[in-house]
Design a protein around this ligand. Structure first.
Ligand code: ZN
Length: 290
């Protein structure tokens, strides 16, 4: 009798485990959204910003609907652009939870932890200094370069490292064509290209409806292939190096104990973990001013 009880318990535990909904984290930036082809559409007081918000919300909903078509899921969406109050939250698919606004210590990955099964990036862009990258930048205009353990990364690469240290794979990344190429140089990942940038502030666009179709298709493929997805490996302690546009910011950052000066505009720091590195990076470029 005891054996049978144990067996029943194990079977029910197993089936319960199998029925656990997938946990998916979506980080959504704005520059790489399909249909956004001018810098003004990404800025609060710019022409057609309202349309930009709608397009951003539509892309999230396209991805979310594709995930739910395959089964139950818990989805957390993090608004990751500018002041992080861009999504039209009342128009988001009601099945998601979402993180809105600033100030949050983990910025574009706020809410992500090791209980998630996968991460999706939407609306992403290339790192600072990338030719033909639509509105290419890393965090803010003051950053000229960022390296994690010697590898140059932009926002997508940085966030993928954060996820990797938690053991969570990035399974889909969408943004302009140069971004999709750049992120694939760091690790293998499914991508959707939304536009081909002409210089840094104009682009040849794919129609948003077509982008939504591609996003749905690639989201489903990513979900079906989840068992093969691998998180990127991140060495800890984690060395971060940042190059800035001015020597003044580097001067100020030298007030942090153990910060090392590499050259006039570049500093380096060895953090005990990727999590610690991420939090410090955010302080270094965003919250320090003079
Ligand atoms: Zn942005």
């Amino acid at each position: 009798m005891k054996r049978l009880t144990l067996l029943l318990f194990l079977v029910s535990t197993l089936s319960f485990a199998q029925q656990q909904p997938l946990k998916i984290f979506i980080s959504v930036d704005m520059e790489g959204i399909g249909g956004i082809g001018s810098p003004k559409m990404t800025s609060g007081n710019g022409k057609d910003y309202g349309l930009g918000r709608q397009l951003m919300t539509d892309e999230v909903n396209a991805v979310v609907s594709a995930i739910f078509e395959l089964g139950d899921a818990y989805i957390l969406v993090n608004d990751s652009h500018g002041d992080m109050q861009n999504l039209l939250h009342t128009k988001l698919d009601p099945r998601v939870e979402y993180v809105q606004s600033n100030i949050k210590p983990l910025g574009m990955v706020q809410g992500l932890d090791d209980t998630f099964d996968a991460v999706i990036f939407i609306g992403y862009h290339t790192r600072a200094g990338t030719p033909n990258g639509f509105l290419a930048h890393t965090g803010s205009g003051s950053v000229k370069g960022l390296w994690i353990n010697g590898k140059e990364v932009g926002e997508g690469g940085l966030n993928a490292h954060f996820a990797g240290a938690l053991g969570v794979p990035v399974v889909l990344a969408a943004g302009d064509l140069a971004f999709t190429k750049q992120i694939q140089e760091l690790f293998p990942v499914r991508t959707v290209s939304t536009k081909e940038s002409i210089g840094s502030s104009a682009a040849k666009m794919t129609h948003p409806s077509k982008v939504h179709e591609m996003l749905k298709e690639q989201t489903k493929a990513a979900m079906q292939d989840l068992s093969n997805a691998k998180p990127i490996e991140v060495g800890e302690p984690t060395t971060l190096k940042m190059k800035f546009s001015s020597t003044t910011r580097a001067d100020i950052l030298m007030s942090i104990p153990e910060m090392k000066r590499i050259d006039g505009t570049t500093v380096e720091y060895i953090a005990k973990s990727m999590d610690a590195a991420y939090r410090l990076i955010r302080v270094m470029y965003k919250y320090i001013s003079w």
